[in-house]
Design a protein around this ligand. Structure first.
Ligand SMILES: [Zn+2]
Length: 337
């Protein structure tokens, strides 16, 4: 497959610091699609009421992320700048892609199964997904050969949160209430949501864990940081059962794509964190369409332990929702020594 450099809209977003509003809209798109949340084409008011300051924009994003119904992106949420035509016309692959992308993007369907909408073809499912093929920093990767260095500590400040949970058709996803943060290297990131993959998407020295939880964080400037907590099963069920994961399994909605907030049920994500917080870190992308890049990954070296029954239960819903490993392309990996 012929590759080309970058998707124009990302080029615009990441190279233009003055387009704050546009950038924040793009970031919203990142969040909502980190686990394949659908994009709805609905009549939307003109963007005249769009927030203008960073604070307003941040608030607007959080409101979107926390509302209890289906999370959708309306056209007004999407980047309003069309990709430069010259860039598309100059590239035969992009030109070729313009035709299938003519169908409404809200119907773009992708899956983890080999075939027309499988991982190798995600880039064909929408013009917004071209990075899935053309990107140079795609995730997940096999983690090996990192440099051993002193890394700043991860400081988790997670509060308990009312449980808001959804089976979005690609994973089980939990939206987290405002007020839980991660500090790293003098930057604070807000925990927005987390979700699961089976097996783990990232591999360490070629080996994948039974599962992984991806904890998605956002800095106020829009930057994303995802913490990956690997999860391995144990046969010693009573000791190994993870309380937070069990709470989630207990409350998976019976109906897909419907968000559920069971009355009085709280979730404490601290219960999923291992004791040892040593980690690997590197740059990468979202692992689901649109495969957007510039995401910092933090993969904890120690795995959380779950029971065999918990693993089997998740497997009945999602036996395989992991993207294949992507090329590392010379990326630097740092590993806590
Ligand atoms: Zn994920």
């Amino acid at each position: 497959m012929k590759l080309f450099k970058r998707v124009p809209f990302c080029q615009v977003a990441f190279s233009t610091v003055t387009l704050n509003t546009y950038f924040a809209q793009l970031v919203l798109g990142f969040f909502l699609s980190v686990s394949g949340i659908s994009i709805a084409q609905q009549a939307a008011p003109a963007a005249s009421s769009a927030p203008t300051t960073d604070d307003e924009m941040s608030k607007a994003i959080l409101e979107k992320l926390q509302k209890s119904g289906d999370i959708v992106i309306r056209p007004s949420d999407l980047p309003s700048k069309p990709p430069p035509k010259a860039a598309v016309a100059a590239n035969p692959v992009a030109k070729q892609e313009a035709k299938p992308a003519a169908k409404p993007i809200e119907h773009a369907h992708w899956s983890y199964t080999e075939g027309p909408d499988g991982p190798a073809n995600w880039w064909r499912t929408s013009k917004d997904n071209l990075l899935c093929s053309a990107g140079k920093q795609q995730s997940p990767i096999n983690i090996e050969g990192g440099i051993l260095v002193d890394l700043p500590p991860l400081r988790f400040d997670y509060k308990i949160s009312p449980l808001t949970i959804q089976d979005n058709g690609h994973t089980i996803l939990v939206n987290y209430a405002e007020g839980s943060n991660l500090s790293l290297d003098a930057r604070q990131y807000r925990l927005v949501q987390f979700h699961f993959h089976k097996p783990s998407e990232e591999a360490i020295d070629g080996k994948r864990a039974d599962m992984v939880a991806h904890l998605v964080h956002q800095h106020h400037d829009g930057r994303l940081l995802v913490v990956a907590v690997l999860m391995n099963s144990s046969l010693e069920a009573s000791q190994a059962e993870n309380a937070a994961f069990q709470m989630i399994l207990n409350h998976i909605p019976l109906v897909k794509k419907e968000s559920s907030s069971p009355n009085g049920v709280m979730i404490d994500l601290n219960q999923l964190l291992p004791k040892n917080l040593a980690y690997f870190t590197f740059m990468g992308s979202l692992t689901t369409p649109p495969c957007s890049e510039n995401v910092q990954w933090v993969v904890l070296k120690e795995a959380a332990v779950i029971s065999k029954q918990q693993l089997d239960n998740f497997s009945r819903i999602y036996p395989n929702n992991a993207r294949p490993l992507q090329s590392r392309s010379g990326r630097l990996i740092k590993e806590a020594r």
